[in-house]
Design a protein around this ligand. Structure first.
Ligand code: REL
Ligand code: ZN
Length: 416
């Protein structure tokens, strides 16, 4: 039944955008069966690397002082700098407050130890259940690295695939960005590879990927790339993509996800917090999409300056799915700007957001904030249609939001 009233139209969009279930197609979260890899709770939240880099702006102490502290002390230190000595207005700091509020903690008390005590009463399993409910996220794609010594045994012992809410993505950064190290890791795992690019090495690397895709039931291959990634080029990356990665993706019928535009460790003293964004070359993606029309590519880029061109490229290649507002773009102003022009250029045929969460409760704020912005952008577009006499039904609104939050991803994978 068509919605005739404009206010009702907007409130319907708002309601659906804040509640329809989400597939979070790229995170750094883990299912409870991964044990210590699943991060949650107050101290993990406060020592999120986004907050670490922000808090150093208020400090003149040596970096080593921070790193020598216990996690709890680090959390106290960050809390003081970003929440007590200054107001928590940045996206990541505000996000922490959104989490406290949603979990029903007393935001006015500003008593960190109370918050800790409250959460410590909970088990990891309870927290995962409750947070997924609160955030409305029902499917989570992890980032899975067979070279990780903590993660690997979970897979090898047959774990890792038991919780149906969690899905795997096979991360292949070392193979593309640190080949010498990857060779060592592959050899340790029993694959007969060598630094030199021989037929045997290619075959064994393909075997490694295939076996792990099957073991993890991985939904896609994923890599992050620096902004100076060029394709095609006379380099290791192009050979690896052409002769190993694309053939394996095609054989297993899965997409290849490239996250492009990160410059790692511009300030190594900040460790994980020391990565920077960098302008990228959209024509690399263009060349991949053209050369492999049957291969699907999930692409996100880190530089704001690349977003418009990348979105235009998605108009040219149906095997290209753009996704998310990645990392430093995951801030209100950028999510709004990007979602607007993506909708204006592509309608609803894209994946507007992923969370990139590292700590479980972050799902609450990352999706809470994004749901509101995406809903508003959509409501504005519907309002224009409405004023031109076009009438929408609740079912149509639901369909559109479900596409954006959920189905576009699964359809692109051929699994919807
Ligand atoms: O997947 C990636 O490469 C990045 O998203 C991460 O490296 C990054 O540290 C993440 O926390 C950003 O949101
Ligand atoms: Zn990530």
């Amino acid at each position: 039944q068509k919605i005739e009233d404009l206010a009702l139209l907007r409130s319907t969009v708002e309601r659906l955008a804040s509640s329809l279930p989400v597939t979070d197609m790229h995170t750094h979260l883990y299912a409870p069966e991964f044990g210590e890899l699943l991060l949650w709770g107050i101290d993990e939240l406060l020592t999120y690397h986004y907050l670490i880099s922000e808090s150093f702006r208020w400090s003149e102490e040596d970096y080593s002082h921070f790193w020598s502290m216990s996690k709890r002390e680090q959390a106290d230190w960050i809390w003081k700098k970003l929440f007590i000595d200054h107001s928590p207005v940045s996206e990541a700091a505000t996000g922490f407050i959104t989490i406290l509020q949603s979990l029903g903690l007393d935001v006015t008390s500003r008593n960190l130890d109370d918050y800790r005590r409250e959460l410590e009463k909970r088990t990891a399993n309870e927290q995962v259940d409750d947070v997924m409910k609160l955030a409305g996220v029902d499917k989570i794609v992890m980032t899975n690295d067979p070279f990780d010594p903590i993660e690997r045994p979970v897979w090898l012992s047959g774990g890792g695939k038991t919780d149906p809410r969690f899905y795997a993505a096979l991360r292949v950064d070392a193979l593309l960005n640190d080949w010498p190290n990857a060779v060592k890791e592959l050899q340790n795992l029993g694959y007969e590879v060598q630094a030199e690019w021989t037929e045997r090495t290619k075959a064994e690397t393909r075997r490694f990927l295939s076996e792990w895709i099957v073991r993890m039931d991985a939904l896609y291959l994923a890599v992050s790339m620096p902004g100076d990634f060029r394709y095609p080029a006379e380099d290791h990356r192009s050979k690896m993509i052409d002769e190993v990665m694309v053939p394996v993706c095609q054989e297993r019928n899965i997409p290849f996800a490239l996250m492009i535009g990160v410059r790692r460790r511009v300030n190594p003293s900040l460790k994980l917090a020391g990565d920077m964004s960098m302008l990228s070359d959209v024509s690399a993606v263009e060349a991949l999409c053209r050369r492999y029309p049957d291969q699907k590519f999930l692409i996100t880029m880190l530089a704001r300056e690349n977003q418009h061109e990348l979105t235009v490229l998605a108009r040219k290649f149906r095997n290209l799915m753009i996704f998310g507002c990645w990392w430093f773009l995951h801030i209100e102003s950028m999510v709004e700007e990007m979602t607007k022009f993506r909708v204006e250029l592509l309608g609803t045929s894209m994946i507007p957001q992923h969370s990139d969460c590292r700590v479980f409760e972050q799902l609450i704020y990352k999706w809470g904030h994004s749901r509101r912005i995406i809903g508003n952008v959509l409501a504005d577009k519907y309002e224009k249609l409405h004023l031109s006499g076009w009438r929408l039904t609740e079912e149509e609104i639901k369909r559109d939001i479900d596409d954006l939050f959920n189905r576009n991803f699964w359809r692109f994978l051929g699994k919807a």
